[in-house]
Write a protein that binds this ligand. Structure first.
Ligand SMILES: Nc1ncnc2c1ncn2[C@@H]1O[C@H](COP(=O)(O)OP(=O)(O)OP(=O)(O)O)[C@@H](O)[C@H]1O
Length: 256
């Protein structure tokens, strides 16, 4: 059996406590994530999907319940500390890359995050440049020919491909994809999705991906969650997931 990497136990977040706006936005969620899981996450607007990611990433603290990484309570670990094992890609291509730095410099930054200053300040060698060109070429969108271009001048698709490369460069133990293809045109979105799937499989990454594309949620990953009103209302894996159809999913949405 695959090893458990992350566990949420009765995870609850209540905002605006003690006021008229008090609301429980994550409601006693229990979730066990195994190493190598690729979990697609569906749910209507406001269902709590980003809240779930925020709790895992440490941008939101639990009001009650527990979050365990390899069995250790990390509820008090802040967002910065969690970047040692976790990376996140957002919907907006502008997040996650520094616009005035070149593509190669951004990649170098991602690779050296958390290292000592001496190592960080090492220049960009020809060998490194060649390595980055090879990595960027795997994205299949011309990013490899733009290594010296300021990131702010890239197309949205190229910039999002760079964000994805930066997030996966150091093989995070946990990868959170927060609608990372939603802002792209259909062809570019499909291309990034295929590369995402390939990278997750090849590097044996553990990943969660929020999406509103029902087709993608069924097609990719080994497990599918549906969230509604701060709770996980469907959690299917393996064959049960593979057999799901779009009408099945629509049916769940109508129920909730
Ligand atoms: N920090 C916060 N303070 C108050 N309310 C919040 C906070 N974060 C989220 N919410 C509320 O919690 C609910 C769930 O929000 P969340 O962003 O998790 O939904 P979502 O499923 O990601 O939706 P979408 O598909 O629209 O991105 C919403 O009603 C939202 O307004």
């Amino acid at each position: 059996m695959a090893k458990t990497i992350l566990e949420l136990i009765d995870a609850t977040v209540t905002v605006n406590q003690g006021t008229a706006e008090e609301k429980t936005i994550l409601n006693q969620v229990n979730l066990t994530i195994s190493e190598g899981d690729f979990i697609t996450v569906l749910g209507s607007n406001g269902a709590g999907k980003s809240t779930l990611f925020n709790v895992i990433a440490g941008t939101l603290m639990l009001t009650s319940g527990q979050i365990l990484l390899n069995g250790e309570d990390i509820n008090k670990m802040d967002e910065t500390a969690r970047t040692s094992f976790l990376a996140r890609v957002f919907q907006d291509p502008k997040l996650g890359t520094a616009p005035r730095m070149t593509v190669a410099e951004n990649l170098l930054l991602a690779e050296r995050r958390g290292l000592t200053r001496r190592l960080k300040n090492r220049g960009l060698s020809a060998a490194k440049q060649a390595e980055f060109a090879a990595v960027a070429a795997t994205m299949g969108n011309g990013l490899d020919t733009r290594l010296d271009m300021a990131t702010g001048d890239l197309s949205g698709g190229q910039r999002q491909a760079l964000s994805f490369l930066m997030a996966t460069r150091r093989r995070p133990k946990l990868l959170l994809l927060d609608e990372h293809t939603a802002a792209l045109d259909p062809k570019t979105s499909e291309q990034l999705m295929a590369v995402t799937d390939q990278r997750i499989k090849e590097d044996k990454l553990t990943a969660l991906m929020i999406t509103h594309h029902l087709e993608d949620a069924i097609r990719y990953g080994n497990r599918l969650l549906i969230m509604n009103d701060g709770q996980i209302t469907l959690d299917v894996t393996g064959q049960d997931k593979a057999q799901l159809t779009i009408p099945d999913l629509l049916n769940y949405f109508h129920i909730y």
